[in-house]
Design a protein around this ligand. Structure first.
Ligand SMILES: CC(C)(COP(=O)(O)OP(=O)(O)OC[C@H]1O[C@@H](n2cnc3c(N)ncnc32)[C@H](O)[C@@H]1OP(=O)(O)O)[C@@H](O)C(=O)NCCC(=O)NCCS
Length: 161
């Protein structure tokens, strides 16, 4: 089934939160508390508060009018950032595709579209953090992301745009 891709806007805050929670709960064996408890934790809130502030770029995939995937990126600063932070000029990305729609190329398309939109916004590099065991690493590697660090908190990767 084909999908429609559109830029994210101010109205996509709930979709961004969904993508973040889906990303942190990627491991079915993981023990992450429920959405309501987790989403406003400072470590996650920093990725969605003031959504669509300057520097935010996002792409939404829809099938039959339903959001089935989101990729977005956001700038951080040296004193306020997550594990994927590289520098103040490099946005960190997050991506998620809904269960039942995975393995069909949507993740790849979302990340391609996000890279394009980020380039058009003037960025020259993207970064991310991914768990060592998350199979998403293979997708990132195929798309040209390269590992710059690998420690107990996860793997950091960057893509030159
Ligand atoms: C990672 C994710 C966005 C990829 O989306 P997708 O539409 O399945 O991706 P594509 O079909 O374009 O590519 C498939 C690749 O995605 C990765 N992948 C990760 N989890 C997957 C899953 N549950 N099912 C299928 N592919 C998955 C693999 O690298 C796979 O490549 P492979 O066939 O070589 O293993 C999606 O699987 C997802 O939302 N996973 C849970 C959230 C998550 O882990 N986000 C990233 C956190 S850093």
């Amino acid at each position: 089934m084909s999908a429609v891709f559109r830029p994210a806007d101010e109205g996509d805050l709930e979709h961004v939160k969904w993508a973040l929670y889906t990303a942190v709960t990627w491991d079915p064996e993981g023990r992450v508390p429920p959405f309501e408890v987790t989403i406003d934790h400072p470590q996650l809130a920093l990725y969605h508060r003031d959504w669509m502030r300057p520097g935010d770029v996002g792409v939404v995939a829809e099938r039959e009018g339903t959001v089935v995937g989101v990729a977005f990126c956001r700038l951080f600063t040296a004193d306020d950032h997550g594990h994927g932070y590289v520098d103040d000029e490099t946005p960190e990305i997050a991506v998620a595709v809904a269960e039942g729609h995975r393995g069909d190329g949507l993740g790849r398309r979302l990340l391609d579209e996000l890279a394009k939109a980020a380039r058009e916004a003037g960025f020259v590099r993207l970064s991310l953090s991914v768990d060592t065991k998350n199979p998403a690493r293979r997708l990132y590697t195929r798309l040209g992301y390269r590992t710059i660090s690998d420690d107990d908190s996860g793997v950091r990767m960057v893509l030159d745009l």
